[in-house]
Design a protein around this ligand. Structure first.
Ligand SMILES: Cc1ncc(COP(=O)(O)O)c(C=O)c1O
Length: 362
């Protein structure tokens, strides 16, 4: 079976992780943690970076740091991985959904203002599948209404807007290093910010509300959202190769694009943004059922995954949210499919995937 995704773990990763294990620093102290954070800081061009246990805890920290709580509303796109909305629910705030744009799949900036109320505290802009949302426009709206802007950049590390890395445009950016991401630490994540106060708050919250390691005076009720030294070692090795990984993924995208032509409707890029290839995704023609496509490919040894289900429709959401309709988010789920995309996928495998996809979509 050709998988949808698999991490690229080479010799360097093995060496660094073995070194971390042999050093005895296997928990959340050790040289690799600072080294990973510094390397990430320089890659992103972000004044402050903090590693976290995963991308979901990074989102939670971001919302806690800006002080979002039970009486607040947070605007989010209807399409994203579930972590985006769950973090809003963790802090007791109300998620307010906005549909995505038809062609670019980011939150529709011109639909945000109609959702802003006195209770709105923040917007979470998600950069989906490697593509930046219309961050310039979203930022304009956030600034005009004095709202915090968090970028959920779990899926799109390396993508840019006007040459600036996404994740560093808003007040806080978050990243995920789950095994299927562009770089992985197994489980892991990070936050970036230019705001020293937010950084300090997130550092304390991530470490049980403790300002100084080794002291048992806790400033606030915090969390254990720390990354381990072993994970950071993996991250250091991966980050050193990120340009090669992105080039390999770009090659995969070019091959798919060349072979699939226009019947597979891809996401488009906004002017001034440069995407990265996370997972090659698109919509199948309207007259072809996406479930049938996925079964057909699976029977021929090709694994796929559906695109995200609209978050407001989840069974545990408040009925008032579940009854709302977001046609573009729905279309993503009803017509969307992700094809295998990972460093190490061969040209021949890509040809096989395309042959089967063409055959079933004819
Ligand atoms: C858009 C988005 N946000 C947040 C997350 C959460 O990251 P993690 O799985 O590391 O908790 C993910 C991960 O898949 C994601 O895709």
């Amino acid at each position: 079976m050709i998988p949808v995704s698999q991490p690229h773990i080479g010799q360097k990763e093995k060496e660094y992780v073995a070194d971390a294990v042999e050093s005895g620093w296997v928990s959340s102290s050790g040289a690799y943690i600072g080294r990973f954070e510094t390397a990430l800081q320089s890659y992103l061009g972000a004044p402050h970076v903090l590693s976290t246990s995963n991308g979901t805890t990074a989102l939670h920290l971001a919302l806690l740091a800006i002080g979002v709580g039970p009486d607040d509303e947070v605007i989010i796109p209807a399409s994203s991985f579930i972590a985006t909305v769950n973090a809003v629910l963790y802090v007791g705030a109300t998620p307010v959904f906005v549909d995505i744009e038809e062609h670019a799949w980011g939150i529709a900036p011109d639909r945000i203002e109609e959702k802003i109320t006195k209770k709105t505290k923040a917007i979470i802009a998600v950069h989906l599948y490697g593509y930046g949302c219309h961050i310039a426009h979203v930022k304009e709206v956030a600034d005009a209404h004095d709202l915090w802007l968090i970028e959920d950049n779990a899926e799109s590390i390396g993508a840019t807007w006007q040459g600036t890395r996404l994740g560093t445009v808003g007040d806080i950016g978050i990243y995920s290093f789950y095994g299927n991401k562009i770089i992985t630490t197994g489980e892991g994540g990070a936050v970036s910010t230019a705001n020293g106060d937010l950084f300090e708050r997130m550092s304390i919250l991530k470490n049980h509300g403790r300002k100084t390691n080794g002291e048992y005076i806790h400033e606030m009720c915090g969390y254990n959202y720390r990354m381990t030294n072993m994970q950071a070692a993996l991250g250091c090795a991966q980050l050193e190769q990120i340009d090669d990984f992105l080039a390999a993924r770009r090659h995969i995208e070019e091959l798919y694009d060349g072979m699939l032509g226009t019947f597979f409707t891809r996401q488009i890029e906004y002017p001034d943004t440069a995407h990265v290839m996370w997972l090659y995704s698109g919509l199948v023609p309207v007259n072809v059922g996406v479930d049938a496509v996925r079964v057909y490919l699976k029977e021929r040894g090709v694994d796929t995954r559906p695109l995200f289900y609209p978050m407001n429709k989840m069974p545990y959401m408040d009925p008032s949210l579940r009854s709302e309709e977001y046609p573009m988010a729905t279309q993503l789920y009803t017509r969307g499919v992700t094809l295998p995309t990972f460093v190490g996928l061969t040209d021949r495998q890509i040809e096989t995937v395309c042959e089967h996809l063409q055959a079933v979509c004819k």
